[in-house]
Design a protein around this ligand. Structure first.
Ligand code: IPE
Ligand code: IPE
Ligand code: MG
Length: 251
């Protein structure tokens, strides 16, 4: 593992990684266990991902934990996921503090049970001055829902004459997204073999590199993340330019 880590170039680390942590239910099913057993074990992978990002000096990690569509799952599963969230936040606060990690959330927090909201508010408040890793949990998050909110909020400003239509540009839109304080996603990782975005950060991944792996989330450990980052470092991000232009910039 250390050999793997040593291969990672310090000057080509993605600034912002976003992960669709998929495959918990299938992982449990393979072991003849109830789906929630997978979610419980998924928490260990969350811890490993956070630790790895800390070790590599990655500044932003955004984790898709619960989508707006996930409310349609069986009631018991939703309930278990919510209580898992509360217990994990309670348990991990110390580690977040120790590792200088700042927690944020994106999504419709009001949809979450009061107990979850209370715990989140507390951890966000207590970690707000931390400066190493910016950890964002997407909870009751849907990208389309986010974009609807952006349009509503910008429209209000226009109607109130606080903003002219001509002033609306990409920057203004960025500043109205839940992710207003985060840079664009550099690297999007999805586990479990599914190759889709599932309503995650549609605007923010416009130029992200994508990484899909068959590994199920509870099996996704430090070395899996290091391998993913090594692959990122072999990609050429051209942003519309030609390869020759990019090579010149890097000279
Ligand atoms: C992702 O794992 C976690 C959540 C959506 C909360 P899944 O629960 O979707 O696991 P699979 O895809 O059914 O295996
Ligand atoms: C996406 O996973 C949401 C999270 C990982 C939280 P899903 O398992 O809900 O995605 P779909 O519905 O299969 O695309
Ligand atoms: Mg899934």
């Amino acid at each position: 593992m250390d050999i793997l880590k040593a291969q990672i170039l310090k000057n080509k680390i993605p600034q912002h990684i976003a992960i669709i942590m998929d495959g918990n239910g299938r992982w449990a099913k393979l072991k003849n266990k109830p789906r929630v057993y997978g979610h419980k074990n998924g928490v260990n992978s969350v811890r490993e991902a956070i630790e790895s990002c800390g070790e590599l000096g990655i500044k932003y990690l955004t984790l898709y934990a619960f989508s707006t569509e996930n409310w349609n799952r069986p009631k018991l599963e939703v309930k278990t996921l919510m209580s898992l969230l509360v217990s994990s936040l309670k348990k991990e606060l110390k580690t977040l503090q120790k590792n200088n990690i700042k927690l944020r959330t994106i999504g419709n927090l009001n949809d979450l049970p009061k107990s979850v909201q209370k715990e989140l508010i507390e951890v966000i408040e207590k970690t707000k001055n931390n400066t190493a890793l910016n950890l964002t949990l997407a909870l009751s998050y849907g990208s389309r829902d986010e974009i609807v909110n952006v349009i509503r909020n910008i429209s209000k400003k226009v109607v109130n004459n606080d903003l002219a239509i001509e002033e609306i540009n990409e920057n203004i839109i960025n500043n109205h997204l839940y992710t207003f304080s985060l840079p664009d996603v550099d690297y999007l990782i999805r586990t479990s073999g599914e190759k889709r975005i599932s309503n995650f950060l549609l605007w923010q991944i416009a130029y992200a590199e994508m990484y899909f792996t068959d590994t199920l989330w509870p099996d996704f450990k430090k070395e899996n993340l290091f391998n993913a980052i090594l692959e990122y470092q072999n990609r050429e991000r051209r942003f519309g330019k030609t390869s020759e232009q990019i090579e010149k910039i890097n000279e």
